[in-house]
Design a protein around this ligand. Structure first.
Ligand code: BYC
Length: 477
């Protein structure tokens, strides 16, 4: 059945798909399995909807932001690499100065495959995590945005599967199949990284996820966009153009929730969280607890503070630092050091580690600086309403399961505690069952009248692609 499909035609691409017989055959097997996964694990109940989506049909400015109504199963999951840079070299590590690899260097095959698989695994995982949210959307605008994020995560899976099929032979094909078999949160066959097995049970969690966790995506993709393996670098460069919208959805989503809460509090002149909840908006301490959760599980995604894997990836030229080529140093780092923290004698203390093995920590620090700027923007909504509250990033040792802080009990302000002391305060710091139940009680049904927004979230400032807020972003047919 599938052998009659012209994949070069069906799948917009700039990799000359139509001429690559091996790839063609691999896709003939994988594509129907992908569609099966989308029907089973993609956004629930959405298959017949017409959604006003952006579809990339080329990497040109006019081609990558093409808007129109699409049924999601008909979305054209394209394969795009950013244009090649003539004479590109490996820009860091032991191979610095050599021509960038156009094929997989034999000695790095295994770590490279591992990086690509880990990246690829996050993409379907996030779609699985978000699949139920359509039934409680706060507006058509927001519904359209989550669907946009979902189809683009699907496309990012295609991007990694293309690399596996094209460059890794049989192993790559097996890995591509396994990417459709693991399931977020499944006890027996979970997704690879921790945060991608956590539930995303409501829209506040979704916006936190797209703000915090998609931003890990940005930093990891930026590091991989520096890779000496040129097809990976070019793939990630193009993925980053789409990732920007996902973080926009997260930052403005949380911002609109904070804004609505702050405005409702100022208008009713109440600050007590129970009274705030009675207004039908999400109280600020609950927002803080969600923030604490999503921030801490996302910090874990950067890996151990001191990691020989990270050193190997860098020294081999496979994964660089954030903005590697703009950093003014030797790009080899065998003499340099970098500050890492650990718990010693009941305190968090700093020490210097070899910079090569501290690369995960460095990327985490780059990430934290950017995240802080977003939290500052949320706080402006609260300040504008004249309320004595501000959202804060917890200490980076708080609630960590990977790296130096794993197994330690550290408060959001950085105090090291006993397990019992920490557990006794847990419900002040992390969302409780009651918090989740309350947030979900606000989201009991979906708001689908064009231009209407749920009471717990402010409307956005503008629509998508210059359309008005009352545009019919999703048609349910
Ligand atoms: N959970 O030396 P270590 C995105 C494992 S998000 C579970 O500490 P390393 C997106 C690790 O695999 C970006 N396991 O870490 C966002 C290793 O296992 P093995 C995704 C973890 O290897 C939203 C062991 O612990 N991209 O795109 O230096 C929506 C020791 O490893 C975790 C990437 O991650 C964890 N949190 O660094 C959609 C880029 N952390 O070898 C999409 C590719 C570590 O002992 N991945 N482990 O079996 C990497 O570069 C690295 O694998 C990591 C870990 C940075 C993740």
């Amino acid at each position: 059945m599938t052998s009659t499909v012209d994949y070069g035609d069906r799948i917009p691409n700039n990799v000359d798909l139509g001429r690559d017989r091996v790839l063609q055959r691999a896709l003939e097997h994988w594509q129907p399995a992908y569609m099966g996964w989308w029907f089973d694990m993609g956004p629930t109940g959405s298959q017949a909807y017409d959604v006003y989506l952006r579809t990339a049909i080329s990497v040109d400015p006019e081609g990558w932001a093409n808007f129109g109504y699409v049924k999601m199963p008909d979305y054209r999951w394209g394969i795009f690499l950013a244009p090649p840079v003539a004479g590109r070299e490996v820009n860091f590590g032991a191979n610095k100065g050599r021509p960038a690899w156009q094929d997989v260097p034999g000695e790095y095959r295994s770590p490279l495959r591992r990086i690509i698989v880990t990246q690829g695994d996050t993409e379907p995982a996030s779609v699985e995590q978000q699949r139920m949210l359509g039934v409680s959307c706060p507006s058509l605008y927001d519904l359209r945005n989550i669907y946009q994020v979902n189809v683009e995560e699907g496309r990012h899976l295609w991007a990694m599967v293309y690399l596996l099929h094209r460059y890794f032979g049989r192993d790559g094909r097996e890995e591509a199949e396994a990417l459709l078999e693991r399931r977020s949160g499944d006890e027996d066959n979970p997704r690879i990284l921790g945060a991608f097995n956590e539930p995303t049970p409501d829209w506040l969690a979704f916006y936190m996820f797209t703000f915090f966790t998609d931003r890990d995506g940005k930093f990891q993709l930026s590091s991989l966009a520096e890779s000496g393996f040129d097809p990976l670098a070019r793939t990630c460069r193009f993925m980053l153009t789409e990732e920007a919208h996902h973080m926009f959805v997260g930052e403005t989503g949380v911002g609109r929730i904070v804004q609505r809460t702050a405005e409702a509090m100022a208008e009713a002149k109440v600050e007590n969280p129970d009274q705030v909840r009675d207004l039908g908006v999400i109280d600020l301490p609950t927002i803080q607890r969600y923030l604490n959760f999503h921030y801490s599980v996302t910090l874990d995604l950067f890996g151990s503070d001191v990691s020989s894997n990270a050193a190997t990836y860098f020294t081999s030229g496979l994964k660089g630092r954030f903005s590697e080529t703009k950093i003014d140093d030797d790009h080899v780092l065998d003499e340099a050091t970098y500050g890492v923290s650990e718990v010693v004698g009941g305190n968090v203390v700093n020490r210097y580690a070899p910079a090569l093995s501290a690369l995960n920590e460095r990327l985490r620090d780059d990430y934290i600086a950017e995240v802080q700027a977003g939290v500052d923007r949320w706080n402006r909504h609260i300040a504008r309403a004249g309320l004595p509250f501000s959202l804060k990033l917890p200490h980076k040792a708080f609630h960590r399961a990977i790296g130096n802080f794993a197994g330690h009990y550290v408060s959001p302000s950085g105090d090291v505690m006993s397990k019992e002391e920490w557990q006794a305060r847990r419900n002040r710091w992390l969302p409780t069952e009651k918090d989740y139940a309350f947030v979900q009680s606000l989201m009991a049904g979906r708001v689908v009248e064009p231009g209407k927004f749920a009471n717990w979230i402010a409307p956005p400032r503008t629509g998508i692609n210059a359309r008005p807020l009352d545009f019919e972003y999703v048609r349910f047919n």
